[in-house]
Design a protein around this ligand. Sequence first.
Ligand code: SF4
Length: 254
Amino acid sequence: MPKKPTLSPSKISTYLACPVKYKWTYVDDRGKWYLRSKSYYSFGTTLHAVLQRFHDQGDTGVTTTEQALAALEESWIDAGYSSQDEMMQALSEGKAIVEKYVDAVVAQPVTAKTLWVEKNLRLDLGPFVLIGRLDRVDEHDDGAIEVVDYKSGRQDVRTEDVATDLAMCCYQILLRDQFPDRPVRARIIAIRSGASATASLSDSEAEDFRRDILFLGQEILDRDYANLAPRPKDLCPECDFLPLCQKHPEFELA
Ligand code: SF4
């Protein structure tokens, strides 16, 4: 039997932003030659790696601020920076963020146990499997299961941001399947500032979201990518695939 296709929140978000971008990223091999390293990906990936080790109950090597700073230097990714100066500035910014974050966590009372870090979950929805990689999953003293997502690019986060975030809704669906008898909620932490917010899908919202994702996923999988024409949009000037789209006879940026 052929393997079922998989869809992740990032695949779905890419499609929603631009179906042609989805084609170049996931369907048509020509796209890979146009992908460029981005400093904000490198920065975010490094910070995630450090926080993963800090919260991993099985990793006793990163429990203090000093160890977290050492881990940051160890796992630093330098791809995508335009100069050594820019990279050194980002490294010192990263150190300040990690120091502030770890100090704040250590000072807080412990009201939750971390169950998983960087956890891959999957849920068979019929035509495809919904997959997700969750930064962290905590079990709280009140029995609630909380998925935690770190955002390294933003200073602030509101409840509404969590409630409408596609990935956070997908993660809640995945966790509801794992913990059917527990309340499930989602938290985004803006690690630059330490600001955080939570939201939770009600049973009926979770049901509606699951139905919408199934419908959208079916559309993504059934789309005729070979005959899909690129349409200019605000994203285009910053898009890696612009040179590819510009080869299309009808594509013209304003
Ligand atoms: S250049 Fe524009 S149309 Fe082409 S993939 Fe990127 S966002 Fe989509």
